[in-house]
Design a protein around this ligand. Structure first.
Ligand code: NAD
Length: 509
């Protein structure tokens, strides 16, 4: 990616990392963002100081009073403009996502498309922030519920979706009348800078308060400022279960709300009735796409014993076709891991698979030589394991696919699938309607996402996205996920001249 291209996104070689709208603050401590594609530094970003943080929150507090008074459909208009701007910026922003994070250019473009889609969705929602009307048990009374903005929404995001997760949260939080303060991953700060520039320009040209959208940058410590801050009623946090546990307990202590989108351990069940061609494509894309660094990546394939050997053979063949290299080159299926620490986690997992009795079918290793100078490129792995192995119970954020055999009916496979601590995405490959319906029933998958004849990876913005158990229970994006960004109020109006009490209680004076 060239300096000229970066400049179009507002990124120079040295950048301030704190912004209230289009006002940027300078500070000495910096984060250097390097590309995992070639190991080269891209640009540096100044970490937010505590003093700047205080300024950000004070401005956000002022801005929220103005923003919440603007009618929701008018707030939607600002998000419409954001969607328009993102359409224009899509090729360059998609490229930056690919260059800074390491996912393929196609996936980088897809991520920006998700931002555009959520903007379109949020514009519609801005005219549909409906409550219910409820029949009162008392005569001459009217009852309804309505939704009000919360105030400041803190958004903490992970490296693997460096722009879309901000957009999922911000588009909805903003149309709901909140202002947003974003702490992106310290591994992908430039993507955040680019997004903040885009929204800040729109706010400025519409003469709106700068504090509607702010950016703070830094590591976990900066994130904890948000979770401890009782001026922030909702913290939406996307990342590892370890991080979510800390954020959840800190925010709960002050009775704040959290929206948690945490790790997954996603499985595809392959029954004897599966379409094997679809299964292989779905499983391979799910396991190696984004180098296995999606929260919805396919980690486990639970295959019926009658077709196990066939599936195993086809998978091993398919893995031979995978081309690994620069994600901006569309010939490649798989790019690098985010950094060398992630490579070490991958290597540790391979050692544990062997220690715990697993059998490696497709060997992993770190690639080196021309094109792999960053040290972040690894080979995708397939291992035969048992579901209860400790390493299988963990989410390893790398392209490692576990093959697990099951015998008996589909319930046996569902039991294995559910027997992990996480509950994000799940899928069944079957052409048998009974198997599909059992999988989707209350006795079936315990995950937030359950697909039939689609892999585990990826989701459309129209549905609510999130998962159960250690995935955190949050839902964001489509359906009625907007409700989490608002406070619900029940209103009862008495238009009579008497004061009847509920439940028939009498109280006469
Ligand atoms: P991470 O947990 O290391 O970091 C995520 C973010 O949290 C970063 O911004 C980080 O600075 C911040 N953070 C870390 N500790 C914190 C703390 N104690 N308090 C406040 N903030 C803190 O995760 P990562 O490595 O960036 O991302 C990978 C993880 O994210 C995987 O587990 C993946 O499954 C998960 N993820 C989940 C979803 C989802 O929707 N469920 C989406 C994307 C990623």
């Amino acid at each position: 990616m060239t300096e000229e291209e970066l400049k179009t996104l507002g990124i120079k070689s040295e950048n301030p990392g704190t912004s209230i709208g289009s006002k940027w603050f300078t500070h000495k401590e910096t984060i250097l963002s390097s590309s995992p594609t070639n190991g080269k530094p891209i640009a540096s970003v100044e970490r937010t100081s505590r003093t700047e943080y205080e300024k950000v929150i004070k401005e956000a507090e002022k801005a929220k009073l103005i923003w919440r008074d603007i009618p929701a459909p008018k707030r939607g208009e600002i998000i419409r403009q954001l969607g328009e701007k993102l359409r224009e910026t899509k090729p360059t922003l998609g490229k930056l996502v690919s260059y800074e994070m390491g996912k393929s250019y196609q996936e980088g473009l897809g991520e920006v498309q998700e931002m555009i889609d959520i903007c379109d969705f949020a514009v519609g929602i801005s005219r549909q922030l409906y409550g219910n009307t409820i029949h009162s048990e008392r005569p001459g009374h009217r009852m309804y519920d309505q939704y009000h903005p919360l105030g400041i929404v803190g958004i903490i995001t992970a490296f693997n979706f460096p722009v879309a997760v901000w957009a999922w949260n911000s588009a909805l939080a903003l149309v709901c009348g909140n202002v947003v303060v974003w702490k992106p991953s310290e591994k992908t700060p430039l993507c955040a800078l680019a997004c903040q520039h885009i929204l800040a320009d729109i706010l400025k040209s519409n003469k709106l308060p700068e504090g509607i959208s702010s950016l703070i940058t830094g590591d976990a410590e900066v994130g904890t400022w948000l979770s401890k801050d009782s001026r922030i009623p909702l913290v939406s946090a996307t990342g590892s279960t370890r991080m979510g546990r800390q954020v959840a307990t800190t925010v709960a202590e002050r009775f704040g709300k959290t929206l948690l989108e945490l790790g997954g351990n996603n499985a595809i069940i392959v029954t004897p009735n599966a379409d094997l061609k679809m299964t292989i494509i779905g499983a391979v894309f799910g396991a190696v796409g984004t180098a296995g660094q999606r929260c919805t990546s396919t980690r486990r394939l639970i295959v019926h014993e009658n077709i196990y050997d066939k599936v195993r053979k086809s998978l091993v063949e398919a893995y031979k076709q995978i081309k690994i290299g620069d994600p901006l080159d569309t010939q490649h299926h798989m790019g690098p891991l985010i950094d060398v620490d992630a490579v070490q986690i991958y290597l540790n997992a391979l050692a544990k698979i062997k220690e715990q009795g697993g059998k490696i079918l497709v060997e992993g290793s770190v690639l080196n030589g021309k094109g792999y100078e960053s040290g972040c490129y690894v080979r995708p792995v397939i291992a035969e394991v048992e579901n209860h192995f400790d390493i299988v119970q963990e989410e390893t954020f790398a392209p490692i696919l576990y093959l697990i055999k099951y015998a008996g009916d589909v319930n046996k496979a569902i039991d294995l699938q559910n027997d992990v601590r996480q509950g994000l995405s799940s899928a069944i490959m079957t052409t048998n309607i009974r198997e599909a319906e059992v999988f989707l029933s209350q006795n079936g998958s315990d995950c937030g996402i359950a697909n039939v004849n689609i892999g585990t990876s990826g989701a459309e913005i129209g549905g609510a996205f999130g998962g159960e158990k250690e995935t955190g229970g949050g839902r964001e994006s489509g359906s009625d996920a907007w409700k989490v960004y608002m406070r619900r109020q029940t209103n009862t109006i008495n238009y009579t001249t008497s004061l009847p009490l509920a439940q028939g209680i009498t109280f006469d004076l």
